[in-house]
Design a protein around this ligand. Structure first.
Ligand SMILES: C[S@@+](CC[C@H](N)C(=O)[O-])C[C@H]1O[C@@H](n2cnc3c(N)ncnc32)[C@H](O)[C@@H]1O
Length: 310
């Protein structure tokens, strides 16, 4: 940033302050998919978002969700009370934070990564569900379809040290057989391939309770797909992001969830990966089921299997 730009900002600030036009609202820095997810979350929580900021000139003075997308200096001139930095890359988040500080911004800066750590609603919900499962003595194993680097699988393993945890993933990212137009443009073959079975196993607190099923789901079910297979599940996390494996996961797991058990459905409300929510809606309509959506950054929903428990 050059000195010229700083002086423009200062002049504009004085003008708005003098006129008593302090914005006192929120600006989201990043008008991409992460910014839109955060916008919906804040709006549902009753927070007033005033504008988006973005470094991409092509977006300047366009509208997103009915709000203006502005360059950084125009946003600063409006003196927002909070700026949420909604870009996925953590280095880029820090750079934006530094730039804002250099420009003399004195309000609160909230980084997406900090927000995810502080308000991990999916994890908090999984902990509550684990308590319910224990209290009601719901029988069954635990499973996750869509493991990636194992961040959530690690928590599932920690929550249920005495139950087998089945982990299903290609461990080479999205498979091209699954990619459909309905999945949106973020669905690219090989996405999420920066992982390995070894790396995932290394982070499991109870590796002896972890069973890896590597490969394309549903093929990776192997003998578990047989009608005679008697395994049941108390909690399943479906997190493949895509229509086809989400539908395949629901078709396999729902009938095998014990009464009183749950399925956690990641990306049910995701602007990035619309196919996952579409699959859940279609499945629920067909089976006469309904989900409880959570207001979290993953767009998670919970499907409870009626009955059971003691
Ligand atoms: C968003 S990541 C999972 C993130 C993980 N649950 C977490 O919370 O850290 C989605 C994963 O789904 C996997 N996946 C998608 N389609 C699949 C399929 N048909 N079979 C197996 N794995 C699949 C991808 O390989 C990817 O690792």
């Amino acid at each position: 940033m050059g000195t010229a730009m700083i002086s423009v900002v200062t002049a504009a600030r004085k003008k708005t302050s003098k006129a008593g036009q302090r914005m006192n609202g929120i600006v989201i820095f990043g008008a991409g998919q992460a910014g839109m997810t955060l916008y919906r979350l804040l709006q549902r929580g009753g927070r007033r978002v005033e504008a988006f900021a973005d470094n991409n000139r092509l977006l300047w003075h366009t509208q997103k969700e009915g709000l203006p997308v502005l360059p950084m200096e125009e946003v600063l001139a409006l003196e927002p009370e909070e700026i949420y930095v909604a870009v996925v890359n953590e280095t880029a988040q820090k750079e934006i934070q530094m730039l804002l500080a250099e420009q003399g911004y004195e309000g609160r800066i909230i980084l997406l990564s900090d927000l995810k750590k502080r308000y991990n609603i999916r994890l908090a919900t999984a902990r509550l569900l684990a308590e319910e499962i224990r209290r009601r003595r719901v029988p069954g194993d635990i499973a996750e379809l869509g493991v990636y680097q194992g961040a959530f699988a690690e928590e599932l393993n920690r929550l249920f040290p005495d139950r087998t945890l089945y982990l299903f993933d290609t461990f080479s990212g999205f498979d091209e057989r699954d990619i459909q137009a309905a999945d949106g443009k973020m669905a690219q073959p090989g996405r999420f391939s920066d992982t390995s079975v070894q790396a995932v196993m290394a982070r499991m607190p109870y590796p002896e309770k972890t069973v890896i099923r590597q490969g394309y789901f549903p093929d990776s079910l192997g003998e578990m797909a047989a009608e005679t297979y008697e395994g049941r599940f108390a909690l399943v996390s479906l997190d493949t992001d895509l229509y086809q494996p989400t539908m395949a996961g629901l078709s396999y797991f729902y009938s095998r969830v014990s009464p009183g058990g749950y399925i956690l459905l990641d990306d049910y409300n995701s602007p990035q990966f619309p196919g996952a929510g579409k699959a859940v809606q279609e499945f629920c309509e067909r089976e006469g089921l309904s989900v409880v959506p959570l207001c979290d950054l993953h767009g998670t929903a919970v499907l409870a299997k009626y009955g059971g428990g003691q």
